[in-house]
Design a binder for this molecule. Sequence first.
Ligand SMILES: Nc1ncnc2c1ncn2[C@@H]1O[C@H](COP(=O)(O)OP(=O)(O)OP(=O)(O)O)[C@@H](O)[C@H]1O
Ligand SMILES: [Mg+2]
Length: 270
Amino acid sequence: MIELKNIRKSFGDKEILKDVSANMEPGKTNLIIGASGSGKTVLMKCMVGLMKVDSGTVLYNGQDFTAMDDHEKKPIRQEIGMLFQGSALFDSMTVEQNIMFPLDMFSSMSYRERRKRMQECLDRVELKDANKKFPAEISGGMKKRVGIARAIVLNPKYLFVDEPNSGLDPQTSLIIDKLIKDITVEYNITTVVNTHDMNTVMESGDHIIYMHQGKKQWEGSNEDIIFSEDKLLNDFIFASEFFQDIKEMRKLEMFRDKNWRAKQAGGGNK
Ligand SMILES: Nc1ncnc2c1ncn2[C@@H]1O[C@H](COP(=O)(O)OP(=O)(O)OP(=O)(O)O)[C@@H](O)[C@H]1O
Ligand SMILES: [Mg+2]
């Protein structure tokens, strides 16, 4: 579990994160949502230690990450996989070289073992016949898959993904979301995803943190969102009439489902 306690971060006199406390639940896809500029990327960078917090603590399994020096942080850093916006692949390396890179740098495996692990991860993200291709030769969706494969190659306990769907069409976005969610469950990873893609929120968020102007405005499950009365959250998620209608429909469906389950349970007791 990752716990954030009273995180504050400013740039100059501009306060970006204003006393943010939240929990990232283990084995789940935790989503950080919010408008552009609300502080999602800064918060993620503070969590992984790419930015230093001004005050507050980030705890990994109860250990205070923010109080550690670089040497002490190393074991936790090695359990972190990251995929940042735009995939950040090495252009001069092939797909397989990109995925091998963290293994070459950090693992003590033999060359044969490293190649085997690389191929396992490529297979897991279902990238076929792309081993020898360069990033410039593959599509945006394929680049995301390579990025995911590279992020999981060292078997991370924690996976951080910033805007996995930027630049992707809706259908490819859904496939990438599902891949991240499936991998999270399969390998029991604590995953944190920054997004403003509403499809992602409704389909794949187990636990959702809504940021508004540097503050945590709301926290809950994607089922809670349907029933939430928080005006800012509702205006953000269900901005269009179309989405408001969907919300009402989903609400009805969930009521019906609940009643049906209650009836079934009642019937079973007789
Ligand atoms: N290194 C930096 N120096 C100064 N200001 C910064 C820095 N990084 C971010 N900011 C500011 O912090 C605020 C929050 O930025 P952040 O990138 O976290 O937003 P975001 O929620 O990720 O937005 P988006 O959805 O567009 O990615 C912005 O006003 C941004 O200008
Ligand atoms: Mg961002």
